[in-house]
Design a protein around this ligand. Structure first.
Ligand code: FMN
Length: 221
């Protein structure tokens, strides 16, 4: 996603972060903070720390989503610190992407950055971990949709590797099921029609044969 050098209003940014803060988090711990960057030279520096992904400096705003792993660790130990903190922030980020999209904005989720450089640039304390930088702005163009695995490849039923034999049926894909039923009924109707035509033909010919025979042996001229 590349961006037009266009201003994004604070009203929109606030709505996006509002969507982020409503995301689920382990025990509702909400162990996240959002650093909002509008300043062009700071955006440039951040872009450099993202291994020179300079396109994001064009975005109207950069939001650095930070986890506070200690807070989750207090309640959930190592799992809270290492896993839940990451998941909490990811849920917040995804909410933000969706809200931005619904406001007509484009986004880029940036995970590739030099963590130490970002931390020192933004005065982030030691115990806090920046998880991602969300670049938001007006899209220069709508990128083509990247290919995604179909459901039958990524869904297993009841145990690992147990793939679907009939994905449409399991996924309750009503349109496909109805289309199949309609095709089956059409075929059945075609068969019936064929056999009815065949029988009528047989009957008609036997009537004609009888008539001919009667005429042959009839006394009346
Ligand atoms: C954890 C994570 C890190 C990512 N890091 C970057 C990144 O550093 N730079 C970038 O351009 N895109 C990054 N992306 C975006 C992915 O490249 C993108 O989501 C993927 O290509 C699929 O495209 P889609 O989101 O349009 O479906 C990241 C996405 C995730 C989830």
């Amino acid at each position: 996603m590349s961006f037009l050098p266009k201003f994004v209003s604070w009203e929109k940014v606030a709505r996006i972060i509002d969507a982020g803060r409503h995301a689920p988090s382990c025990g509702n711990v909400q162990n996240w903070k959002f650093i909002v960057i509008f300043d062009p030279s700071q955006k440039q520096q951040v872009a450099e720390a993202c291994f020179e992904q300079y396109e994001i400096a064009q975005a109207g705003v950069l939001i650095v989503v930070c986890a506070e792993p200690d807070k989750a660790e207090r309640y959930y130990g190592l799992r809270g610190e290492r896993l839940y903190s990451v998941q909490n922030c990811a849920a917040a980020i995804q909410n933000m992407l969706l809200e931005a999209h619904s406001l007509g904005l484009g986004t880029r989720w940036v995970g590739a950055f030099d963590e130490d450089a970002i931390k020192s640039q933004l005065a982030i304390p030691e115990e806090i971990r920046p998880q991602a930088i969300v670049a938001i702005g007006y899209a220069r163009e709508i990128p083509p949709k990247p290919p995604k695995y179909p459901l039958e490849v990524i869904v297993y039923f009841h145990r690992w590797r147990n793939r679907l034999r009939d994905p449409a049926k399991y996924m309750n894909d009503i349109a496909t099921i109805l289309a199949r039923k309609a095709a089956a009924m059409k075929e059945a109707a075609g068969d019936i029609a064929k056999s009815v035509v065949g029988k009528t033909k047989d009957k008609t010919s036997s009537v004609d044969d009888k008539k001919e025979e009667q005429e042959k042996y009839s006394d009346t001229p």
